[in-house]
Design a protein around this ligand. Sequence first.
Ligand code: MG
Length: 201
Amino acid sequence: MDIRIGYGFDSHAFRPGVPLKIGGLRIEHPEGLAGHSDGDVLLHAITDALLGAVSAGDIGTFFPPGDPRWKDADSSIFLNLALEEIQNAGYRIVNVDTTLILNAPRIAPVSGELRARVADLLDIAPSNVGIKAKTPEGLAADSVAQAHAVVLLERIEAPNELQTMSAVMESQRQLEDVVRDLVSQVHGVPMKPPFDTDDIT
Ligand code: MG
């Protein structure tokens, strides 16, 4: 299969006195997102979308919430693991699209910076990253930030497979040389390779 789609969702509650980090960007706001890690709801949703696209489980599979190693962890660590997973599976990102749902702060003033930051973390062009934001109308979720993310992946050339193929061809050539030598020893005359047409004329 040459393309894969992945989807991820995450939510975190706002808490006073916690730094707010969304998409790897520090945003000035009186409240941040509570979580075992840095609570980066957008990076968590993208991480799950990437892992889901290659059927590699989810963020909790790799980073259990209770594990003290991930206390206050920078969520780009999770994202980098997901990027490794898709690369190991032989895929790369075509584009990512996301929607944030939160009452405050307003995302529009920082959306350009946010898009550039996420693109940088994913090592893709900003033109391949969609950042959209909505308020939670009718959801009664003003103290929560939610994020949805979809990713599209495409298959990359697998250099290891190509190397394996050329190694097989090389060993086949060596085997033919050995057989030719053996036949020459038995018959006492050098055996010409069947494809040698030099002296046909
Ligand atoms: Mg999370």
